[in-house]
Write a protein of this length. Structure first.
Length: 188
């Protein structure tokens, strides 16, 4: 296979999924039950939040194939679990269990297998009831922050604050706070 063919397969096919996840304005939740190794781990890492069953396993096993992660894990994993742990996982190809994934910050929560879908659904509903534009702005800022510096990010978040202050959701959030009741966001 030529380098151009490999690039087309990796960039044009496999990388489409993590690119779409990161570009999506809405938060994306990975619900992992079983093995998320190789591409599965990379897709989970691309998600904004990760919930795992206690039977889940994670691994960047590319080195065992004589290759490297190419779906974003080399960039995102160190930012999630720290450089030392990411280096260990990527260079050894070790597979870790859900408890270790939680301990190192790879997943946000671990639940029993029967609770996985309900837990992910509950989180999704909670986020869906939230202020859609503010969540999209937060996701964009978090993604930008991966590549930016503090001064540029402070400047960019001012623009996001201006946008949020002009929404009905912001007005509702402030009103709900002063009235000491839950906010009822509409996405406007």
């Amino acid at each position: 296979m030529s380098p151009a063919q490999i690039k087309e397969i990796v960039y044009g096919t496999f990388q489409r999924v993590p690119r779409a996840i990161r570009a999506m304005a809405k938060p994306v939740i990975a619900a992992v039950n079983g093995a998320a190794v190789g591409a599965g781990c990379e897709i989970a890492v691309a998600c904004d939040l990760r919930i795992a069953s206690d039977t889940a396993r994670f691994g960047e096993v590319w080195v065992n194939l004589g290759c490297v992660p190419a779906l974003g894990g080399m960039f995102l994993l160190p930012r999630i679990v720290g450089l030392a742990k990411a280096t260990e996982l990527i260079m050894t190809g070790d597979i870790i269990d859900a408890a270790e994934a939680l301990r190192i910050g790879l997943v946000n929560r671990v639940v029993a297998p029967a609770e996985l879908v309900p837990a992910a659904g509950e989180l999704a509903l909670r986020l869906a009831r939230g202020p859609a534009r503010a969540l999209a702005a937060a996701k964009a800022a978090l993604n930008r922050g991966l590549e930016s510096n503090l001064w540029a990010e402070l400047e960019a978040t001012v623009e996001q604050q201006i946008m949020c202050f002009g929404t009905r959701d912001f007005t509702e959030g402030v009103r709900a706070l002063t009235e000491k009741r839950p906010a009822r966001f509409t996405g406007e």
